[in-house]
Write a protein that binds this ligand. Sequence first.
Ligand code: NAD
Length: 297
Amino acid sequence: MMRESYASENDVGFKRVNPDLGPVVIVGGAGKLGGLFAQLFTLSGYEVRILDQDDWDNADALLKDAGAVVVSVPIERTEAVIQRLPQLNPDCLLLDLTSIKQAPLAAMLKAHPGPVLGLHPMFGPDVASLAKQVVVVCHGRDEAAYQWLLQQIQIWGARLHEATASEHDQAMQLVQAMRHFTAFVYGLHLKREHADIEQLLQFSSPIYRLELAMVGRLFAQDPSLYADIIFAQPDALARARHYLARYQEALALLEAGDKAGFCAQFADVAEWFGDFAQQFRNESANMLMVANDSRSG
Ligand code: NAD
């Protein structure tokens, strides 16, 4: 129901929360995520201008009367792009959509004395609508000046989740960097083992199919986005080494034929998951029912 109402709203546009705002300039707006936000702002009646790679000669004119500047360029360019911005109007909102938050937020606070906001949309540019999606909000400076945008994002259908930039980056380490890294390794393993995907699917239960889909979908996307997400995390290497150490611990149980040790560790982890274990079991059973109904092959 929710999805339908947002999808149809999409066709006719959204309510505009801040009618007095000057143009919204999207730096990197020719890209995937910047393009999605350009569309959302346009559908809400804001004037949108794109400042992409080749538009810097024109930057002063594009930014002159800007009401908000949205930075949406590849992660490793974000800080340089923020530093390159000319002096903005004091009341202009400077925000970014980067998948990491500490470094971009610090760079924006340094570059601009006015309102600053860090956002991380927890979805890709291919979503049909923002309904049920999450946007992480890292406050920068002068919250009152950008309440309109937080309301606007909720009108687009997304839910906001507030966090400090360092909380965000820490969580992302597990939610994104490590997850994508392990999926990458699993994909690499399947390839090196010459796994026959067709055949695996013939043998597989619905749960395996779902797991394989979660890994396989990674490889339908842009490698550099994932490289950026994994490599941009300051402690990615240390975390990956911890993970490898855990794998080696588990491997030692296998080497020793220590089934009892395996079961003891298993019980330990189960206790740590607590009520979530059963909750996840129920949730995944529902997901499997839906996935089974809708699968294409
Ligand atoms: P993209 O490569 O599709 O778009 C980046 C855009 O930036 C391109 O149009 C490129 O030409 C432009 N650009 C590069 N250098 C520039 C410069 N110096 N000046 C102006 N423009 C420049 O990438 P994307 O997937 O849209 O990602 C953009 C940002 O959004 C990244 O910070 C990423 O972390 C974040 N993000 C992406 C996703 C996603 O799923 N794609 C999700 C959440 C957050």
